[in-house]
Design a protein around this ligand. Structure first.
Ligand code: SAJ
Length: 413
């Protein structure tokens, strides 16, 4: 059985490695030649714990072959990004990668093949976009000649390999036969995880709903942080106390919500249900507003003195990873810079010396150089050195330095 994974990114590569190490013959395809060359040279191009070792095992066994040429395959698994189109009031899914991957794959799809979509997509994409493109290009008929399924990825960056084997998987298939093969396929890589089956639209919505649930809950925490700030109380204490109730579990406020999932996926529901998806849209807007609120707060604290040097501790979108996509802390840094302040960043998980115009310096250096520090992420590498922040002006937006820090976690000396 030959499996081809289309897209060697954060999801496709670990998925290819996992199938290869389970004994399948896997081809890892990407249009980006640099990515394929890096992989052919035995190196991975993303930062993820234990992935390099797992990759070497897959490559050395001969089971995984990186390639920039597609070919025939029994099963295709599409793992390409689905960003949204920016600069629009209501954000809409950019399905161009899904469409081009479907076009490319359809040149090789033959009778009996199965095409699985793992990318997160708006409802109805699997059958009505991907399925239709393949039908059009092949003259084959869905369910009569070939099969499609949606098996949305659910892994948390930073824990990808573990979660690939231990999270439950949802499979939405075009018919019972597709359901059976897809289920059997994924069961071969699952340790503690189970497979649950449904139709493709429910599976598509399930993925969106999971991330929307989290986004709404974080929006509630972020809204509370702003209300608490205005009330002059400590939001972290407030949430801790409220969470003592057996049926309350509020998430943590922070710099905002970033990443390519929570900050994007809820829009895929809003896009289709403009009138109905009000709570979902409002939550997105609250989370998007949070970095701006923090910038306003910092400006007030430094009394709009543009000579002040501001250091941002953490530029990634969440702790202990290098991923900068939709990062609210980076947005804070860039906004302050745009307003005329001198801004330094410290992002120890990135090797870049300059991140989108923000100089990336060491923890020691940033503590030394800055008049004001903004602690946006609880990176382990920061926690080890947190004592260096003593006697410094620190805007702690995540509430880790000192419980008694007030408001949105802001404290000055
Ligand atoms: N965040 C908070 N407060 C919290 C929790 C998170 O502000 O209490 C922020 C983080 O700092 C970050 C953002 O939310 O900016 C998102 O981080 P995350 O750890 O919640 O999630 P992601 O985006 O890294 O991964 C999510 C996961 N989805 C869920 O937990 C429901 C993951 O399982 C999905 O596979 C992934 O999205 C995806 O690819 O869709």
């Amino acid at each position: 059985l030959k499996i081809t994974i289309v897209g060697m990114g954060y999801i496709g590569l670990p998925t290819a490695i996992t199938f290869a190490n389970a004994g399948f013959k896997v081809y890892g395809f990407d249009v980006n030649e640099n990515v394929i060359n890096t992989l052919k040279n035995g190196k991975i191009h993303i930062v993820e714990p234990d992935l390099q070792e797992a990759y070497e095992e897959a490559l050395n066994s001969g089971n995984l072959k990186p390639t920039n040429k597609l070919d025939k395959s029994d099963i295709f698994i599409i793992c390409v990004p689905t960003p949204f189109k920016k600069n629009e009031k209501e954000k809409v899914a950019d399905l161009s990668y899904v469409k081009s991957a479907s076009e490319m794959v359809s040149k090789y799809v033959e009778k009996g093949n199965l095409v699985i979509l793992e990318s997160t997509v708006p409802p109805k994409t699997t059958e009505e976009v991907m399925g239709k493109i393949i039908e059009k290009n092949t003259n084959l008929k869905i369910n009569a000649d070939f099969y499609v399924a949606h098996c949305p990825e659910r892994v948390l960056p930073g824990k990808i390999l573990y979660e690939l084997e231990n999270n439950d998987r949802i499979i939405g298939a075009s018919n019972k036969y597709a359901e059976k093969i897809t289920k059997e396929l994924y069961e071969t890589i699952l340790k503690n995880g189970k497979v649950y089956t449904t139709d493709t639209i429910t599976a598509e919505m399930c993925k969106l709903v999971e991330n929307t649930y989290r986004d709404i809950n974080i929006a509630f925490a972020n809204e509370l942080s702003i209300i608490s700030d205005k009330l002059g109380i400590n939001v972290f204490e407030l949430i801790e106390l409220a969470n003592k109730h057996p049926r309350v579990n509020i998430l943590k406020p922070g710099a905002g919500v970033g990443g390519h999932c929570l900050a994007v996926d809820p829009w895929f529901i809003v896009e289709k249900f403009q009138k109905e998806a009000n709570l979902i849209r409002t939550a997105r807007e609250i989370n998007d507003y949070k970095p701006h609120y923090i910038v306003e707060k910092i400006e007030k604290e430094v009394e709009y003195d543009k000579n002040k040097i501001i250091g941002i501790l953490g530029l990634a979108y969440k702790p202990n990873i290098d991923d900068l996509r939709e990062s609210p802390s980076l947005e804070i840094a860039l906004n302050l810079k745009k307003k005329g302040y001198t801004v330094y960043g410290c992002e120890p998980y990135s090797k870049e010396k300059n991140i989108k115009g923000i100089e990336n310096i060491s923890f020691e250096e940033i503590v030394e150089k800055s008049d004001y520090l903004v602690l946006t992420l609880s990176h382990n590498q920061f926690l080890e050195k947190i004592d260096l922040l003593k006697y410094k002006n620190v805007f702690d937006v995540i509430g880790i330095i000192n419980e008694k820090y007030n408001k949105i976690g802001v404290e000055t000396k």
